[in-house]
Design a binder for this molecule. Sequence first.
Ligand SMILES: [Zn+2]
Length: 104
Amino acid sequence: MTRKDLYAKHRDREIAYSKAYYELHKEEIKEKRKEQQQIYRDNNRERIRERSREYSRAYKEAYREKIAEKNNQKYTCECGGRYSHKNKYIHLRSKKHIKFTENK
Ligand SMILES: [Zn+2]
């Protein structure tokens, strides 16, 4: 057996052992992981918030045109009115639309 084979055999055994260990302690491990994630979140609240702010800023930057396009997309409502994507919820509360849903 070459050194390489020996190494591979050893590695396979390690992997098999890790898998078996995981299977046996699955619940414990998951529980522990959850705890650690919670601790991480508690200790890094500011950093996580900042990161998600940065992410949404980058997203808006990268998809600026697509977002604008979507926001300005026009729809015809079943009440006969028209609204753009960004004004959908304003339209749903409009007199025209409310009157239509009341008379349905
Ligand atoms: Zn409507």
